[in-house]
Design a protein around this ligand. Sequence first.
Ligand code: NDP
Length: 338
Amino acid sequence: NKQIILKDYVTGFPKETDMKMVSSSIKIKVPEGSKAVLVKNLYLSCDPYMRNLMKKQESRGYFDAYRPGSVLSGFGVSKILDSDHPDFKKGDLVWGITGWEEFSLIARTERLKIITHIEVPLSYYTSILGMPGMTAYAGIFEVCSPKKGEYVYVSAASGAVGQLVGQYAKSVGCYVVGSVGSKEKVDLLKTKFGFDEAFNYKEEQDLVVTLERYFPQGIDIYFENVGGAMLDAVILNMREHGRVAVCGMISQYNKEKRDGVQNLPLIVGKRIHIKGFSVFDYWHMYPQFLETTIQRIKEGKIVYAEDIVEGLENAPSALVGLYYGRNVGKQVVLLAHE
Ligand code: NDP
């Protein structure tokens, strides 16, 4: 069983060499009475939050903190090979938390969902139909309540979450601008995802001026994925009673000392509503989200870009690539076909 382990706790930007591929043996039967399942992993998901688990800390909540020498874990799509749990049977396809390895023995089966719709690519359960998709859906509709004609700005806009946020906001008639880190991604936003405008933040000298240019009338809704200097510039450009959904701040994840945000006092005069949220606050909405999203995919009302690399050995570099913007669309690792 090939596996990716964490070599040691990480400081600063993660590197491929912080992880290592090893081989070990695995029992091919689930121990009786364990209520566990044995799976073959088909797809693994690379997600920004994984960096946080590489720090020394206690496990809490949904995720297990990584330990030196332990196998990484994360969202994935898997096939059940053997089961001691009444809810799962051999042959079932599932998505949820699994190991970064070819085969996993999973005890925390409450974090697995059985895949019932197989008429879409299975990798979608790491992306548009999985955690990032649910994040975009809950973040824009539940946290921001967008209305027709409102001005919406999305950062990290071509990524797993951002590309959907923009399309959802467009679907209710908003004007949507996204920022990304390359020309290729700018083109993707405008030609594939239907954003009204897009820009490469790396080419801009002064983000305040840039946002003024794209939003002469100001921003009603900011979907925050990056933090730091971008948030500062956005606050200056927000309209009164604007809303900021703080989904993540990837520009800060690898910093030992985080950037200060200078313009926060302006949220008082502008009556800005800033709300942090976790996708798990809305996890109960998954069935409704799945049905509506599958429908939208089938009707061609929503499109999605995935960046799929092949082979477990390439998973560490794919994960590291997120923090340099190397992924174009949702970063997925293909381990095996069904
Ligand atoms: P992406 O697919 O967008 O990948 C990360 C992208 O972030 C990169 O491709 C890069 O794109 C951009 N990026 C990396 N470093 C920086 C930087 N220093 N400044 C600006 N942009 C940067 O990731 P996701 O869509 O999966 O995640 C987006 C955000 O949502 C993250 O902050 C993540 O932590 C958060 N999140 C929060 C959840 C929640 O429950 N609150 C759940 C899921 C995700 P580019 O080339 O454009 O720079």
